[in-house]
Each structure stands twice: as C-alpha cells, then as structure tokens.
Design a protein around this ligand. Structure first.
Ligand SMILES: Cc1cc2nc3c(=O)[nH]c(=O)nc-3n(C[C@H](O)[C@H](O)[C@H](O)COP(=O)(O)OP(=O)(O)OC[C@H]3O[C@@H](n4cnc5c(N)ncnc54)[C@H](O)[C@@H]3O)c2cc1C
Length: 398
C-alpha cells in the first residue's frame, strides 16, 4: 500500500515529527527487500520503521522513503515434533512487522516460556532485536535463535546467529552499525541499520510457568524473586505494573488511520483495558528516554555514595558499573512531571522520571529542549552525559 501525507507524528508513540515524502508498506518479503534496495540504489534517505516507539524525528519534512513491513505472520515450524530426550525447546518464527505484544501473547497462549516478562513493550518483532529490548529481568536476546536479515551493504539475505547479533544492554550488531560513538550517527547506516530484519526465529521453552525475575514484579504477584508462576499470571502482572508507571503505549493510537491493522484487534481491546487508569499527560512518549549509564570504576567513584551501582560490562568488554539514569535525573532536581516552563508542551512523565512526554501539542523542538535541559543538569551535577535511547533523527542530542 502506498499513501501520501503521512507524517512521523502519525506513526510514532511520542506523536511528533514531520511529513514523509514516501511511505511504503510492503506485504511480501520480496517487496520489503525491493523497497529497501530501491531507496538505497537511488541514494535516498531510508527509514525502516516498526511501531515508531523508539524514534524521535524532527519536525522538518523527511525527503526520503519510510518502509513499514506489513507482514505479521507467526509460525511454529516444529510444533508437531515430539519432545525428544527431554528437550523442551520450541522454535517460533515471527515476521518483522508482527506487533511485539501480539507475539508475546501468542507465545504465552501456546504454553511457551521466555518472553512473558517483555509483555506490553510497544513496537515490532523486527525492532525488538535492534536494541535488545528488556524489562523485568528478561532480555529478548536470550530467546533469539537467529535473525533473517537483508544486508544493505552486501546486497544479500543472511541468517545471523544469536552470537553474530552481539546482544548487549540495549545493544546489538544492528544498532552498533548505526553509530560511530554514543548518540553520534554513522553516516552510511542511519537511521536504518545495515541489516534490515525480515524475520526472527526464537527458541522458547515448552512450559506454562516462568521465573519471576524482578523485585517489583514479585511484589505485585505476592511471591519472591526466583519463584515460578504461570506465564499468563506473570504477563498480567507485568501489564499492571507497566500501567501503574505509565509505561504502556497509548492503545487508542491503533484507531488512527495510519496505525489501523498493525496490531491484532482483540489485543488492542485488551491493551485499552490494561491502560485504564494510566494518567493522560503520559500518553505520548518513547518510554525510557535515557539509557542507564555504564561507567568506569573511576567515574563511578565520583557519584554520591547512595547512587545505585550494579555490575555491568563496558562497551570495550571490560567490567564497569551501571548506575540509574532515573536516579541521576531525580537527584539533579528534575522530578516527575518537570517542565522547563509552566506552559511547556513537553514534560517528564508524572509517573516515571525517565520518560519524556508530549503533553499533546509538542513538536520535536519541545522534546529537544526538555532533553537537553535534563542532560545539561545531570552533567553539571554528576559529570555524566546521558545518552538517549530512542533513535533521534534530523537533529542531535549528544
Ligand atoms: C511506553 C513505552 C514503553 C517502553 N518500554 C520499553 C521497555 O520496557 N524496554 C525496552 O527495551 N524498550 C522499551 N520501549 C522502547 C521500544 O518499545 C522498543 O525500543 C521497541 O523495540 C521499538 O520497536 P519499534 O517497532 O517501535 O521500533 P521503531 O521505533 O519503529 O524503530 C526503532 C529503530 O529500529 C529500527 N528498525 C525497526 N524495524 C526494523 C527492521 N525490521 N529491521 C531493522 N531495523 C528496524 C528503526 O530503523 C529504528 O532505528 C518502550 C517504548 C514506549 C513508548
């Protein structure tokens, strides 16, 4: 399907961004490859977009091609295979355009363990592996068997193994191909990675119980971290906790013409119910806007003693210390609901310090002003420059 006059504001969760010259929604595998290849061959700016839940695009018109994969099938190649030798692995393949939470619901419904903690994360299967989505003690990378991609450089399809995907904290080989340094785009493959995801094959476990891997979740379920519970109960608890923090996307967006049909209708209804009670000012965001910084021991030593510290790995593979971006923001004086001015159209979420929200009429420049104010304030207070998690297009948030 081709349509004109679509803007990034229509297809992103933060609901900002300029008009798009050409918006293409291929419905076949070859159609996706051709659309990407055509834009690349002509040297046009290319944006392969999924649910638009991790992008912040400038208000200027986008003079290029936006490709949104309209394939959403989920298949279970070895569903009928007998369980041999106690191996309970089940492979599930999902096309890149499949809505992520539709996929989670499908897996939980089939009695498979491995992605239930990632319930309610907006976006698509294709993008889930780009930044290795994670929440409540799970990361998608640990359940990925292989990723079928179109390699824009070598002009061929490939199957990348989980090892080749080089998953890290909100990182993968795909995301790495987009940046030369944190928040500094690599010229050739930005805002779309070198490898365009066509489908993902997951290796899940045949089990209708899962492990509760996170304190907040355990509390909501009235159990201990490490306990096993029905995956359906874990999923429902995750959705509840996310709603209470305003960390569900606004499901009313699926009624808009540009989003219709991108998520299963019955699950839109479930999502509408789950978000009941979620405060209105927090409807439009990219989720967590800044990544938790991973610091060297020397950098971490400069933080106040009560700043959170967790063992982590630096991008160079050496041991590092992860701190909490939300803690830094809050302790630098930017509390929930903060706005740069009383009438500003952008503000921190009233429920979650880490989410920057469009209060209704914000443009990209309003989000930019808020983001820079927070980055500068945190740097002044703690000497740490926060790096945005969303893909920022058309301006810079270094
Ligand atoms: C309310 C809210 C809560 C969130 N909570 C979490 C959370 O708990 N954990 C978490 O990790 N993230 C979270 N996010 C961020 C977001 O949901 C994820 O990053 C998600 O994977 C983005 O998917 P998308 O399809 O919307 O990607 P988009 O925003 O459309 O694109 C993001 C990037 O991926 C690329 N991309 C998209 N599709 C493909 C493809 N097929 N092949 C190659 N590249 C592609 C795009 O080019 C772009 O660079 C949250 C966001 C929101 C709005």
């Amino acid at each position: 399907m081709l349509s004109s006059m679509t803007s990034f504001a229509d297809i992103t969760t933060i609901a900002v961004g300029g008009e798009i010259d050409r918006f293409v929604e291929p419905t076949t595998r070859v159609g996706v490859i051709e659309a990407v290849e055509e834009a690349d061959a002509k040297g046009l700016p290319l944006f392969v977009i999924g649910g638009g839940s991790n992008v912040l695009v400038s208000d200027e018109p986008f003079h290029g091609v936006v490709v949104r994969d309209a394939r959403r099938a989920i298949t279970v190649p070895d569903e009928a295979a007998p369980v041999e030798g106690g191996d309970r692995t089940v492979h599930v393949n999902a096309e890149a355009g499949c809505n992520w939470d539709d996929f989670v619901d499908f897996c939980v419904g089939l009695g498979l363990e491995g992605v239930e903690g990632l319930s309610g994360i907006p976006g698509t299967v294709g993008a889930s592996v780009v930044q290795n989505i994670g929440a409540y003690g799970q990361e998608v990378g640990t359940s990925v068997e292989s990723v079928e991609v179109w390699d824009r450089k070598d002009k061929q399809t490939r199957n990348l193994t989980a090892a080749e995907m080089r998953f890290g904290y909100r990182m993968s080989a795909l995301k790495a191909s987009m940046y030369q340094a944190p928040a500094v785009p690599a010229g050739e493959f930005f805002p779309t990675p070198r490898y365009v995801v066509l489908s993902v094959t997951f290796a899940l476990t045949h089990s209708d119980t899962g492990t509760v891997g996170y304190g907040q979740l355990a509390k909501a379920l009235g159990v201990e971290v490490g306990d096993r519970m029905a995956t359906r109960d874990i999923r429902n608890a995750v959705l509840k906790v996310r709603a209470s923090k305003g960390m569900l996307e606004d499901a009313t967006r699926y009624a808009a013409p540009a989003m219709q049909g991108t998520k299963k209708a019955e699950l839109v209804d479930v999502a509408l119910q789950a978000q009941q009670g979620q405060a209105d000012p927090n409807r439009h965001s990219c989720g967590s806007f800044f990544m938790n910084p991973i610091l060297t021991a020397q950098q971490a030593a400069l933080l106040p003693p009560d700043a959170p510290r967790f063992d982590a790995t630096l991008p160079n593979g050496k041991p590092g210390i992860k701190t909490s971006a939300a803690w830094l923001i809050d302790h630098a004086g930017f509390h929930k609901g903060f706005k740069t001015t009383q009438n500003a159209e952008a503000g921190l979420s009233t429920l979650h310090t880490l989410a920057l929200t469009n209060r209704g009429q914000a443009g990209a420049h309003d989000i930019e002003t808020l983001a820079k104010t927070v980055q500068d304030g945190v740097e002044r207070a703690f000497g740490v420059r926060l790096v945005p998690e969303p893909v920022v297009v058309g301006f810079s948030l270094r």
